[in-house]
Design a protein around this ligand. Structure first.
Ligand SMILES: Cc1cc2nc3c(=O)[nH]c(=O)nc-3n(C[C@H](O)[C@H](O)[C@H](O)COP(=O)(O)OP(=O)(O)OC[C@H]3O[C@@H](n4cnc5c(N)ncnc54)[C@H](O)[C@@H]3O)c2cc1C
Ligand code: SF4
Length: 327
């Protein structure tokens, strides 16, 4: 599959990048590591006239811990840098665990945290070549007006399939967004819409520039578990992140988030309440696993059945909680 023709723009500053985006809105795509964008362009899912290559914007790279214990991570920071960061591994282990499971080592060297947060939603009927999609019929997410997965419906259920966002949700992470109207900061939780077609709250001329981890979220134990077809390289088909703090053997605070089973990564809302103040045992881990499985709403968007993916959310949640609470 050949790449469509495009013009490459290489800004050196965020301001320059935003100016291009505002001027060429609708006809331009942002490239960070390109590990998802380029395959999608080969499949003719996107055929922009311009590609905005962010890689020359040096200020968007790097992990910067602050005196308070909070951390700022530039959107262009490679996932391999996050995975190997001794500081993050010590203080925010759920993030390094999740980053280490993305794709393969080569893709983690190219792929960025910003690209992982902004990753397009995925579906068996969408992530295919143009010839394939033409043969089977287009759908709501691109060029069509029906959904093969939920026929009769009017919305897209493609699954958000990034690994680091559930870990970031457990850390109450915030992101910085820059656009023509200025800079705004919002909790990552508010970034995703839950709609597989328009899956993120980002205007055409806006960029995600930084990720912020709060000092209050430091030093939680962190576990990430994921289901995938090929253990060495695949997107998650179900994923669970757990961050937990304990005191005297009791859970002081816990957060759980799931990915790849809904059009957005989601915090399991009542999990923290169920665990708070308790000593973790198998029955409690089972109960929270059941809660997470009820929130998961996978459909036939992937090679594995929805039933199996939902069941694995239950199993992984249970296992991750027990692992986070082990000594
Ligand atoms: C074989 C294979 C396996 C993979 N397995 C996994 C996996 O297991 N887990 C996983 O999470 N991902 C997986 N991926 C997808 C991808 O490698 C990662 O999600 C990676 O983090 C994407 O980052 P990137 O910098 O390469 O993004 P890009 O491909 O450059 O961009 C991805 C999307 O985000 C947008 N974007 C990027 N940066 C910004 C920004 N700063 N502001 C606004 N928009 C932006 C782009 O326009 C594009 O729409 C896989 C990819 C391949 C090819
Ligand atoms: S969930 Fe439906 S509309 Fe969305 S990509 Fe899949 S088939 Fe298309």
């Amino acid at each position: 599959m050949s790449l469509p023709q495009f013009r490459l723009l290489r800004p050196r500053t965020v301001e320059e990048a935003v100016t291009y985006l505002a001027k060429l809105a609708g006809n331009i795509r942002v490239l960070a590591g390109g590990t998802d964008l380029i395959p999608s362009m080969r499949q003719k899912l996107f055929e922009p006239e311009y590609v905005l290559d962010l890689r020359g914007i040096a200020e968007l790279r790097g992990i910067r811990p602050e005196m308070t214990g909070a951390v700022e991570i530039g959107a262009l920071t490679a996932l391999s840098v996050i995975e190997k960061s001794a500081y993050l591994r010590e203080h925010y282990p759920v993030l390094t665990e999740a980053a280490a499971t993305v794709a393969s080592p080569v893709l983690r060297n190219m792929g960025t945290i910003g690209g992982n947060i902004c990753l397009d939603t995925r579906c068996l009927w969408y992530n295919q070549s143009l010839t394939w999609r033409k043969g089977c019929g287009f759908c709501i997410k691109k060029d069509g007006d029906l959904c093969h997965v939920a026929p009769g419906g009017s919305r897209c259920w493609a699954a958000f399939s990034g690994d680091t966002p559930p870990a970031l949700l457990c850390l109450n992470a915030e992101i910085e967004i820059v656009g023509p109207a200025g800079t705004r900061r919002l909790p990552l939780q508010e970034f995703y819409t839950g709609d597989g077609e328009n899956y993120r709250r980002l205007q055409a001329a806006e960029l995600v520039t930084r990720v912020f981890l709060q000092a209050e979220s430091a030093d939680y134990r962190g576990i990430y578990r994921k289901l995938r077809v090929r253990g060495s390289i695949d997107y998650p088909l179900a994923g669970v992140a757990v961050a937990m703090k304990r005191s005297d053997g009791h859970v002081a605070d816990a957060r759980i988030a799931i990915t790849a089973v809904n059009p957005a990564p989601l915090l399991v809302q009542r999990a923290g309440e169920m665990l708070a103040g308790k000593i973790v045992n198998e029955a409690l881990a089972d109960a929270v696993g059941d809660l997470a499985a009820r929130i998961a709403k996978p459909l036939t968007t992937s090679a594995l059945t929805p039933e199996y993916r939902r069941e694995m959310i239950r199993v992984f949640t249970r296992r991750a909680i027990l692992a986070a609470a082990s000594n």
